[in-house]
Design a protein around this ligand. Structure first.
Ligand code: SF4
Ligand code: SF4
Length: 355
């Protein structure tokens, strides 16, 4: 694997060049100066790398919160009335600069669902293919990060095209894919790092992994029966304080649920797809009025069963969580997936504590 050396000045110069031919997206502080989020960068605007993790995950860059799929007319005089016409979309090439390894890995978990032999989601896939991921290794993980035990890690390269590792005065950059090579070429980053660069990266990686104190255990999840976990008494306690606000699912880089809705105005109609959340009662309400997940307990259990059991069984590719810690940090009632995972993974049945 090629490792480049990029000074801070060359990074800025290269990004400026890239901004002429790509939609460039990077972390910037929001207008209240409280959190960082991913935004499109204007010409000459640089990403702000002084962040640990963004409040919102970057999933909307590939999978927008709302998108138009079809248009139609209800005008009965129009020969095409009631015919759904696909809204053509050719996503422009885009580069996400400074994406954390956990958020990049999340795209590969979601891809397992949106790119299957039986079904390919054209909207998600076209945008993902048009996207180049230029990652930023994480030297100082937050106290709520548990990526290293969730199948990812602060220097994980899965889904990334290049990974920037900050060092004195600049970056070492691992070029990981053909897309990454093309990006480096377009940006003018050509200086190869010395022969010990990979060793330097490995040392920094090890140090960063040691800084992650938070972890989960997942070794028993696959062997347990669905019903064994499903019928555990602890769900009452786990779900007790949940207010079904949906924050955990909206912030999560690996949650993909959506709803398809028709909106009409006069004779014009559009069919939209919008993010949805399994934490909302309407999400599973049947047309008959029956709701298989009518109780809060059912919905909270569904979220954790999906991420930590059904996904594990279906794809045999680990849990549907990259350990970014967003749901831990932002749940208004402190429901913590790390604690729930420990409960689900434990091999013996023991009484639940709530502290
Ligand atoms: S963020 Fe917390 S309170 Fe809100 S739906 Fe998720 S678990 Fe429930
Ligand atoms: S479940 Fe929570 S910790 Fe895991 S990826 Fe989603 S937001 Fe991050």
């Amino acid at each position: 694997m090629k490792v480049l050396k990029i000074t801070k000045e060359d990074l800025a110069k290269g990004l400026d060049t890239l901004n002429k031919s790509f939609r460039l997206i990077g972390p910037v502080k929001d207008k209240d100066e409280e959190f960082h989020n991913f935004e499109e960068l204007g010409q000459g605007e640089l990403p702000d790398f002084n962040f640990r993790n963004t409040r919102l995950s970057p999933k909307s860059i590939v999978y927008p919160q709302s998108e138009k799929m079809f248009e139609y007319t209800l005008d009965s005089n129009d020969p095409e009335h009631d015919i759904l016409i696909e809204v053509k979309k050719e996503p422009s090439p885009q580069v996400v600069v400074g994406i954390r390894p956990c958020d990049a890995k999340a795209f590969s978990l979601v891809k397992l669902n949106f790119d299957t032999p039986e079904y390919k989601d054209p909207y998600w896939l076209r945008r993902f293919e048009a996207t180049t991921l230029l990652g930023l290794a994480c030297h100082n993980p937050c106290s709520s990060c548990f990526c290293a035990s969730a199948g990812s890690g602060p220097f994980n390269t899965e889904s990334l095209d290049m990974l920037l590792v900050e060092e004195q005065g600049g970056y070492l950059a691992q070029v990981l894919t053909k897309k990454g090579e093309e990006l480096a070429h377009t940006a003018g980053w050509t200086d190869e790092a010395g022969s010990d660069a990979q060793k330097q990266i490995d040392t920094m990686k090890e140090a960063a992994e040691k800084r992650i104190k938070s972890q989960i255990s997942t070794d028993n999840l696959k062997n347990k029966l669905d019903m064994e976990i499903y019928e555990e008494p602890y769900w009452e306690d786990v779900s007790f304080s949940c207010i079904n606000c949906g924050t955990c699912t909206y912030l999560c880089p690996t949650c993909w649920c959506f709803d398809v809705q028709d909106e009409t105005c006069g004779n014009c109609g559009i069919r939209m797809r919008n993010w949805d959340s399994c934490m909302y009662p309407l999400f599973s309400l049947h047309g008959s009025g029956h709701n298989p997940r009518g109780e809060k307990l059912h919905r909270v259990r569904q979220r954790f069963m999906h991420k930590l059991k059904y996904y594990v069984d279906k794809y045999d590719s680990g849990i549907q969580c990259v350990g970014c810690g967003r749901c831990v940090n932002h749940c208004p009632v402190n429901i913590d997936i790390r604690r729930v995972c420990e409960l689900m993974n434990r091999s013996e049945v023991c009484p639940v504590t709530t502290e």
